[in-house]
Design a protein around this ligand. Structure first.
Ligand SMILES: Cc1cc2nc3c(=O)[nH]c(=O)nc-3n(C[C@H](O)[C@H](O)[C@H](O)COP(=O)(O)OP(=O)(O)OC[C@H]3O[C@@H](n4cnc5c(N)ncnc54)[C@H](O)[C@@H]3O)c2cc1C
Length: 420
């Protein structure tokens, strides 16, 4: 089959000798079938990973992924590429550690170079109280078998000499380092999972928007799309920032707010920072891409929106933090920015669960952090869909926890989307 070419040194050589004429499309462009066993709504990282693990782990290959745009057009291709598992609360720690372990084997597993780079993630602290909170988080991580190191100011200075350690307002007193954290090339993750799912028989239907969810006698029977009705026994929703709109098609109202989050990139410069640094006195973080651009991120925009675009006030806010921490960056030229629509949950943790409608499953609430979750989210969602019940790793990520009070509020910030 044309799309079945394994990437290896041999296929590289063969193509080098054949003038690159033997490469075939990474995945097929099939016509929708009238019905499937399972439909996944949303061809972002989570939807594609779900389809892949449904096929790989559960042998369910009669699956289609329905994507209204093209693969990689959503947040999976818009994020700042950071992966880590440095969480305090046990449901999060174990879930994100599973994800990090899947990242560590991902490229071999899906036969795709995703540029997984474990360059470390360094969270800076600026006061004694903040150091104590970070020490507590680091201890919780180590008790759960996750790597964490508490660095003093001298160690931070040695690692990232460009930081202004003696900033008058926010002196840097040290940091919590997770060396196994780092970055992964975001759109390669979408392409790699799409190709790997396709090779196992999954149909990836791009430019196929879901416009309705058909429910009969409390059970989902399929979805309306811009290419007609498609039947299914099971439907999994993984629409990220559009989760509220898609779930409303089945009459569900979610505890989710949609906000824009932006990313910013500077001109390319020589290597200056070889890890990921987060500022502890504001919402700001930075890493350097392999092309040389500095990649910055910050807060969500303060109002609800479905607009996938940037704005100037957020840029000013993020650059203020950037130059507070790295005064030298004020000399850089700033190149571009963009936005993605975040599905902010009310406790900052995700939802991977069944819904009150039989056969309809929900994956959402990723806030700022869903890229790093991609492998474990797909793995757990596939398990939940295939078996009809959550895996222990996602058992805490229940939809009804906001009614029962069993919230997973990592930051203790309460039900305020902008604080998570
Ligand atoms: C600027 C920015 C920076 C970020 N930085 C990080 C980071 O450093 N680390 C991290 O872990 N996370 C980060 N995130 C969060 C992360 O990107 C998201 O949580 C994650 O990508 C969401 O899952 P996804 O990949 O499945 O989403 P998406 O890629 O958005 O996938 C959802 C898909 O559903 C499709 N869809 C929606 N409605 C329909 C419909 N009706 N029918 C069919 N398809 C539909 C959309 O077109 C979209 O492709 C960042 C996000 C942004 C925007």
């Amino acid at each position: 089959m044309g799309h079945d070419m394994h990437y290896s040194v041999f296929s590289l050589l063969r193509n080098a000798l054949a003038g690159n004429r033997l490469w075939t499309p990474a995945w097929r462009d099939p016509q929708p079938k009238p019905s499937y066993d399972t439909l996944v709504v949303g061809g972002g990282g989570h939807g594609l990973a779900t389809a892949y693990y449904l096929a790989k782990e559960h042998g369910i290959t009669d699956v289609a992924v329905l994507e209204k745009g093209y693969v990689g057009s959503g947040n999976v291709g818009r994020n700042t590429t950071i992966i880590r598992s440095n969480y305090l609360l046990p449901p999060n720690t174990h879930f994100y550690e599973k994800s990090l372990q899947l990242w560590e084997g991902l490229e071999q597993d899906i036969n795709y170079n995703a540029m997984v780079s474990q360059r470390g993630v360094l969270n800076l602290f600026h006061s004694d109280a903040q150091r104590d909170a970070y020490a507590r988080r680091g201890n919780a991580m180590r008790l759960a078998g996750v790597d964490a190191e508490l660095l003093d100011a001298a160690a931070v200075r040695g690692m990232v000499p460009e930081i202004d350690m003696d900033n008058a307002r926010f002196p840097v007193k040290g940091g919590l380092l997770q060396r196994r954290g780092g970055t992964v090339r975001h759109d390669a993750v979408a392409w790699g999972y799409a190709r790997a799912a396709d090779r196992r028989g999954v149909d990836i239907l791009q430019h196929t928007e879901v416009t309705g969810i058909r429910v009969e006698a409390g059970r989902v029977i399929g979805v309306e799309t811009t290419r007609g009705f498609i039947g299914a026994k099971r439907v999994g929703l993984a629409a990220a920032g559009n989760s509220g709109r898609v779930a409303a098609m089945a009459g569900l109202r979610l505890p989710i707010e949609s906000h824009v989050l932006q990313a910013f990139v500077s001109e390319a410069i020589k290597p200056v920072i070889d890890t990921v640094v987060t500022f502890g006195a504001g919402h700001f973080y930075v890493s350097q891409s392999d092309k040389g651009g500095l990649v910055f991120g910050g807060d969500i925009d303060g109002y609800n929106s479905y607009a996938q675009r940037g704005s100037l006030p957020a840029m000013e806010d993020v650059m203020e933090s950037a130059v507070a921490l790295f005064p030298g960056f004020s000399r850089l030229r700033y190149l571009r920015q963009w936005g993605g629509v975040m599905d902010m949950s009310m406790d900052g943790s995700p939802i991977i669960d069944r819904t009150p409608i039989d056969g309809l499953f929900l994956n959402c609430g990723w806030c700022y952090g869903g890229f790093k979750a991609t492998p474990a989210s797909g793995w757990c969602f596939a398990h939940t869909i295939a078996t009809g019940a959550p895996h222990p790793l996602n058992a805490g990520f229940r939809l009804d926890r906001f009614a029962t009070g069993a919230v997973i509020d990592e930051k203790g910030a309460g039900a305020q989307a902008n604080l998570h």
